[in-house]
Design a protein around this ligand. Structure first.
Ligand SMILES: C[S@@+](CC[C@H](N)C(=O)[O-])C[C@H]1O[C@@H](n2cnc3c(N)ncnc32)[C@H](O)[C@@H]1O
Length: 273
């Protein structure tokens, strides 16, 4: 038998416009009206930050959030990311020099590497009070997704929080038939072979949450309520990435073949008890 793990689900939901407006109006620090703004506002709002809190940002890249938590909340902040050294994403080709950036921000402990990969970054076990990510885990290959969650479980202390905001494409991006397929996938999910569950794990908010909770051994009861595909596509309060952001990304990367699709953010917040 493996180590006994217990998790309580604090939240499994989709980013929504009402909360985004609330984060914006509270406005310290400035929150932008896009999904990144939501994710940062949600993470800041969901934890009682205090000096010395041990925090790990997964896939921070050049984000301001770990720097803010170190400078303003006086947390002990670590960041784990390989800054594109194992990646061919065009994002990195137009970016700054990671070594120079890391030198310029000594208040954050930057560790080069990727969670859940074979070459494990050197991070202390059972150490962190909070492990979070914003728009990072959707970049993990589906076959590695569960490994990333079990890796985080090993790094988190009892009583610690995991908070992850994961970008997710709306099934409407591929037409009405795909919406039905996605809804059917969620219903049939328990009957499907694990290979299919894994292959399509980013297909719906619920399958993404199910994969994460299963890796942690966390309870699934009640999580389906705020994650249905139908609600996702018809509820006007569900936050969508502004056109400017998704289209700009296509323009900057010069990839004319890529189709624009609408993107939301699925939120997973669990407590290790
Ligand atoms: C779109 S960037 C998000 C950057 C940042 N979180 C922000 O809000 O600006 C995604 C980042 O996730 C990182 N990443 C992907 N898989 C990772 C993993 N398994 N462990 C750590 N970082 C990972 C990538 O290297 C990249 O920097």
């Amino acid at each position: 038998m493996g180590q006994r793990r217990k998790y309580q689900v604090i939240e499994a939901a989709l980013a929504d416009t009402r909360r985004l407006l609330g984060y914006k109006l509270r406005a310290e620090p400035e929150i932008h009206l896009n999904l990144k703004g939501f994710d940062c506002g949600w993470i800041l709002d969901s934890v009682a930050w205090r000096p010395g809190l041990r925090v790990l940002d997964v896939g921070a890249g050049y984000s301001w959030l770990p720097i803010y938590l170190a400078r303003e909340k006086h947390c002990e902040v670590w960041s784990v990311d390989d800054f594109g050294t194992w990646d061919s994403d065009p994002f990195w080709e137009r970016s700054r020099d990671p070594a120079e950036y890391i030198r310029a921000h000594p208040e954050v402990k930057y560790v080069l590497g990727r969670l859940g990969e074979d070459r494990r970054p050197d991070l202390p076990s059972g150490y962190f009070d909070c492990i979070y990510s914003a728009s990072a885990l959707e970049h993990v290959p589906v076959a590695r997704f569960a490994d990333v969650w079990t890796h985080m479980d090993g790094l988190l202390r009892e009583g610690g929080h995991l908070l992850h905001a994961i970008d997710i494409a709306f099934p409407t991006s591929r037409g009405a038939a795909h919406v039905l397929l996605a809804a059917l996938f969620d219903v049939l999910y328990p009957l499907l072979p694990k290979s299919l569950q894994t292959r399509f794990l980013f297909e719906t908010p619920l399958s993404c949450v199910r994969a994460a909770l299963r890796a942690l051994g966390a309870p699934m009861r009640g999580v389906a309520r705020r994650l249905s595909v139908v609600d996702m596509v018809i509820d006007p309060e569900v936050a969508v990435e502004p056109l400017e952001f998704t289209l700009n990304r296509l323009l900057k990367d010069g990839d004319a073949r890529t189709r624009h699709f609408r993107v939301g953010s699925v939120l997973i917040h669990v407590l290790k008890t």
